[in-house]
Structures are given as C-alpha cells and as structure tokens.
Write a protein that binds this ligand. Structure first.
Ligand code: SF4
Length: 376
C-alpha cells in the first residue's frame, strides 16, 4: 500500500490516469538474443499473491488501471486469467500487458476482452527472425507479414489498444526488404502503434557476446547512449549512413500525415486514435534526432570514423550531449570515467545456471513476502 500510494497516486488521491503496477510472473520461456530475460526461466508467482492483490484493488479502488510488468504475460494463461476472472465484472481493473503473439490466440481472446484487457504490446521484432514467438513457425519475410497482419486484425476484435515492437538491424536484416515490409505493416494496420528500436547490446545477452566478439561495439560510447536513436555498435549489414537513412524512412512513414489520418480510422477507438496521434507528434521529435545524427555522419569525418569503428575517440558531440544530460552534475564524471568497462561474455555462464534452483529461490522469496504481514 505505501508503495502504491507513492507511485500511483497524485496528492494522495487516485486520479483518472493512475496506474497500479503488478507482476504475475517473471522470466520467459523464449530466449530472444537481445533480451535481458533471455535466460531467466519463466516463474509464475504464487496464485494466492495475485489473487490477494486483485482482491485488494477491487475492494479499495475498483476499476483502477493495472499494468502487468511481466516480461511475457499469460504464458500460463488459464491459471492467470482464472484468477482475474474471479473478480466480479463491475470491479475488474482494465489492464495493460506485454505478451507474445503465440499466446494470443483462439478462445483466449474473448477471455482477454471479458477481463478488460485494454492494451497489448507484442514483439514482432524482425521479419526474418524470432518467428517462433510470433506463432508463425519458421515462416519469414512477406509470408510472415501476411500472417502477422491477420493476427493483429483478429486481436483487434477483442482488445482496443495494440502496439507492435520491432527491432531494425538484427543479424537477419539485409537490404530493402525489412524496411519495405515494416512500412507495409504500418499501412495495413494503422490502428497498431509501431515502435522501432535499434538493437542494443545489453550486458549478459547473446547479442552482447556476439557484438563484443565481432568487434562491433563502439567501446568508448557511454552506457547512457544505449537507447534509440543512438547507435552503439556497427551494424552487421548496413553502414551507418545507410542505416540512418533507412531508420529515417521508417520514422517518416510512421509519423506521416497519411498515417496520422489513418489512426482515426473506424478500426480504432477515439481514445486510442487521440493517444496514437499524440505519439505521432512525439515521434516527430525522434525523427528530428535521427536526421541530426544522419547529418553529423554526412558532414563530420571524425563522427563517421567513430561509427564505422575506425577510431575509438568519442566525438565531441557525444561528450556535449552527456554533459547536457548531467546538467550541473557534469563535472562529477571526468571524460575518462565515461568510458564503459565492457566485461567478458558471461551469457555462456548464465545459460548453464540451474534454472530450477533459481526458480525455487525466487518462489521462496515471494512466499516469504506474502507471509510477512504486509498490510493487504
Ligand atoms: S519473448 Fe519477450 S520477454 Fe521473452 S525473451 Fe523474447 S523479448 Fe524477452
């Protein structure tokens, strides 16, 4: 309760946009190479904990919005939804989830609707990889696009808010095809908000190990730039200028006036149309940032040399950005201290960790928390 009050209430009161974060599980059965959860075994929390949390909300704040922070919600679909369904209909909280397309099928969809699932953000990632979690088997390319589009249309009949997460520049992405297919996806389902991310080598992931072994990581790039729109590696199949050109192409389509109009189509609700229109305007700022980085690559030979991996000297541009972020604390971190210490690959060690033991330990911690007299 004290945590919820601090995190979700404004001035001690529940507001219209207050959101209560919950977890029904941790870990994931998939092993996407870029994901920090790739080797964390899926562990469903003790059902009585989720039940107690939902009952508490239904008693005290019926109808408050809930966001499940599970890396992959509903892997044990019947068990989790069974608990949500026990809350009386009029007291159920609308909720937001991240889940795999492979889970979101058939008879599960009406159950999501009936329990007030409001928003789902599945990861499509790439048209040529990660197809198992998209539920399309080994299908790739245009055939995968066709199936995924149909699947999103089907889900839309039950859930009003949808997002599709993409990575552009994975090892499987080459040439024009990934860009053209993603643009086709956006046009085919304008009611789905697309997020397009740059693959980022977070520590202890196979992506990190591979990028480090291949000398792809820009070693002097500070960790604070490990997010889109910044490129912290060289790309396997695209030189940096071409890569940013393609990202700009994708973002230009995503934020175009044609797409903006399409987001108000009959397949969307007014609320989500307005939300997606606001996101479109916000993404235009990201597009401006991409264009700036592209311009730097085209006009500053040292900036280009850094992004092509020919020099390790961090461009002045990034030093200045770093200092802007820190503001008056900038002088606390010297230039030398900004260089990350890149550890040797550890994912091979993590992959041999006994999953069952980890799961048991985690469950024990959760159970002890449930029994610690925490007010409910
Ligand atoms: S399905 Fe999602 S949570 Fe699971 S490993 Fe892949 S990206 Fe991570």
């Amino acid at each position: 309760m004290p945590e919820i009050i601090a995190a979700s209430l404004v001035g001690g009161r529940l507001r219209r946009l207050s959101v209560v974060p919950l977890l029904s599980s941790v870990g994931c059965p998939y092993s996407c190479d870029f994901c920090v959860d790739w080797s964390n075994p899926y562990v469903l929390f003790p059902p009585e904990q989720l039940e107690a949390d939902l009952q508490y909300l239904a008693r005290n704040w019926p109808g408050v919005m809930v966001t499940y922070h599970d890396p992959n919600f509903g892997v044990k679909f019947d068990q989790v939804l069974g608990i949500v369904e026990e809350i009386p209909k009029e007291k159920r909280s609308p909720y937001i989830i991240e889940s795999s397309l492979s889970i979101l099928r058939g008879a599960k969809l009406p159950r999501l609707r009936d329990t007030k699932c409001l928003f789902i953000a599945p990861g499509v990632e790439s048209w040529n990889n990660y197809s198992n979690k998209a539920g399309v088997g080994a299908t790739v390319g245009k055939a995968k696009l066709t199936q995924v589009v149909e699947h999103f249309r089907e889900i839309r009949q039950y859930v009003p808010g949808l997002q599709a997460n993409f990575l552009f520049g994975t090892d499987a992405d080459q040439g024009e095809e990934p860009v053209e297919l993603t643009k086709e996806f956006m046009r085919a389902v304008p009611f789905v908000w697309p997020t397009i991310n740059i693959p980022t080598p977070f520590g202890n992931t196979p992506l990190y190990d591979r990028a480090l072994a291949n000398g792809q990581i820009l070693q002097s790039m500070p960790f604070s730039f490990y997010y889109t729109p910044y490129l912290v590696t060289t790309m396997p199949h695209y030189p940096p200028l071409e890569y940013y050109d393609k990202l700009i192409d994708l973002y230009s389509t995503m934020t175009s006036n044609v797409m903006l109009k399409g987001r108000f189509g009959k397949e969307s609700t007014l609320g989500f149309s307005v939300l997606n229109a606001l996101r479109t305007l916000a993404m235009r700022q990201d597009l401006a940032a991409l264009r700036l980085l592209r311009r730097m690559l085209a006009t500053d030979p040292e900036f280009l040399a850094f992004h092509e991996g020919r020099t390790r000297s961090l461009p002045e541009f990034y030093h200045r950005r770093y200092e802007q972020k820190l503001g008056r604390y900038a002088n606390l971190i010297s230039r030398a201290e900004r260089t990350p210490e890149l550890e040797k690959p550890a994912s091979s060690l993590a992959s041999t960790a006994p999953g069952g033991e980890v799961a048991d330990r985690l469950t024990a911690v959760i159970r002890s928390r449930a029994a610690d007299g925490f007010p409910r």
